[in-house]
Design a protein around this ligand. Structure first.
Ligand code: ATP
Ligand code: MG
Length: 423
């Protein structure tokens, strides 16, 4: 009889099963072997007796095996197991691929000897076999999927913007240059300009785009390559954009709570859908005891978030001087730019954009940028441009903030930072 593969998560008492996975742990007794088999859904104990086929197979940790057998009642206590009330009595075991010379442990039995982050990143594929690490990326998948679902549901169009660009989109952060035939080109530091150009025709757009920033600081919250979840809406002001952010983050967090309860358990997290708090820049500056014109340090961001736990804090009406050239001025000093903070850290920046070419040219000059390099962009606003607003949430930054990770490198498969471009 051919039985189809069963995932650990789906095994049922007294059923015949065919499991495939990795050897998570082995305990040998003279007359029995206890093997913990792990697949992407969980870990189950498999018991081999002397009459089980494959009893003498030379097994190593992380070898790939398949097992046929019958599911029995059990009373197990190991925290490592995802199934404690069942085990598999093995009829036959097959060694499919033998693992050798593991550079690091997958099952971290002793929490006092955890592998260093740099060794883990050097062996990331092996690192991805750990429950904790799998939980992070399953949740990140839920985050990105929910972002997409939310905006598709709201009739936004998903767009793809170029990654190779001819000039800086923001000024501010430095760009990585690339040789582009006989010219010099750059890697996009954000989809900003292109998503705006799409919006003044398509009205409501979103994208998940990789971005590159040659920021030299090597912090726990910055990567040199990251992914941004961006939206842009026509006929909308800064406050409507913040409303979208509020609703989108609520949708994402409720989906994570609903669909990732096992993963949240593994990470020891209890999440709540955040509330929102709107503060003008002036109010936020006062709360942090800063001077007008100061930017918020990471410490200030933490302080503000501690004042309003489980809350997305929107700081709006920022001084023009602290926001990029494409943010619309509100009066002589203030702009329609905003930031969003969550769990102690900035997760997003956004605002209402400049849709008037003359103001754009002035802003570019004021920021020391050359309007000549932005002609294609500025000119597009001459052909009938609605007001428009939007924002960008860093995918890894948001994952870090939601899961309270202490380093953003935990939230990206293969980080690119000052010291690391391989693997
Ligand atoms: P920060 O002030 O935290 O350095 P920023 O204001 O320079 O960020 P934005 O240009 O506002 O960044 O980018 C939008 C969002 O993208 C940020 O709110 C953050 O979530 C994320 N982000 C920005 N820079 C990085 C980076 N270097 N690594 C990872 N995520 C980033
Ligand atoms: Mg920002």
């Amino acid at each position: 009889m051919v039985i189809e593969r069963t995932y650990v998560n789906d095994i049922k008492k007294n059923k015949e099963v065919f499991l495939q996975g990795w050897v998570h742990d082995i305990r040998e007794l003279p007359k029995a072997r206890f093997i913990l088999l792990r697949d992407i859904t969980g870990i189950v104990q498999c018991v081999l007796k002397q009459d089980s086929k494959g009893f003498n197979e030379k097994l190593t940790l992380e070898s790939v095996i398949s097992v046929k057998g019958k599911v029995k009642d059990a009373k197990l206590t190991s925290e490592e197991l995802s199934v404690n009330d069942m085990e598999v009595l093995v009829d036959s075991l097959e060694l499919l691929h033998k693992a050798e010379n593991l550079p690091m442990q997958v099952f971290e039995k002793d929490k006092n000897i955890m592998t260093d982050l740099s060794v883990r990143l050097d062996n990331r594929s092996l690192d991805l076999r750990k429950k904790r690490i799998q939980a992070i990326f399953k949740i990140q998948s839920e985050i990105a999927g929910s972002f997409r679902d939310f905006f598709r549901k709201n009739n936004f169009i998903e767009i793809q913007t170029p990654s190779i660009i001819a000039s800086a989109s923001e000024g501010g952060t430095s760009l990585f240059s690339v040789d582009y035939f006989e010219k010099k080109a750059y890697l996009a530091q954000s989809p900003q300009l292109y998503k705006q150009l799409a919006t003044i025709s398509l009205e409501k757009v979103f994208t998940i785009a990789p971005v590159w920033r040659a920021e030299k600081h090597n912090t726990t919250r910055h990567l040199n390559e990251s992914r941004q979840m961006d939206i842009e809406v026509a006929f909308a002001d800064d406050f409507s954009a913040m409303k979208y952010l509020e609703e989108c983050v609520s949708f994402i967090v409720s989906n994570v709570i609903k669909n990732c309860s096992k993963e949240l358990n593994v990470l020891n997290l209890k999440l709540r859908v955040p509330k929102s708090k709107y503060l003008s820049y002036d109010e936020a500056v006062k709360l942090c005891k800063l001077k007008n014109g100061d930017d918020f340090s990471p410490e200030d961001e933490r302080k503000l978030c501690n004042m309003f736990p489980d809350t997305i804090i929107f700081t709006h009406s920022w001084p023009i001087s602290l926001k990029p050239f494409y943010i619309l001025p509100k009066d002589k000093k203030l702009s329609k730019g905003f930031d969003a903070l969550y769990n102690g850290i900035e997760i997003s920046s956004g605002g209402q954009r400049v849709h008037i070419p003359e103001i754009l040219v002035k802003n570019l000059k004021d920021k020391g940028l050359n309007p000549k390099n932005f002609e294609f962009y500025v000119n597009s606003f001459k052909f009938g441009s609605p007001i428009h607003s939007g924002w960008s949430i860093g995918l890894e930054r948001f994952t870090m903030s939601l899961l309270k990770l202490d380093n953003i490198r935990e939230a990206v498969l293969y980080p690119r930072d000052r010291d690391r471009i391989a693997p």
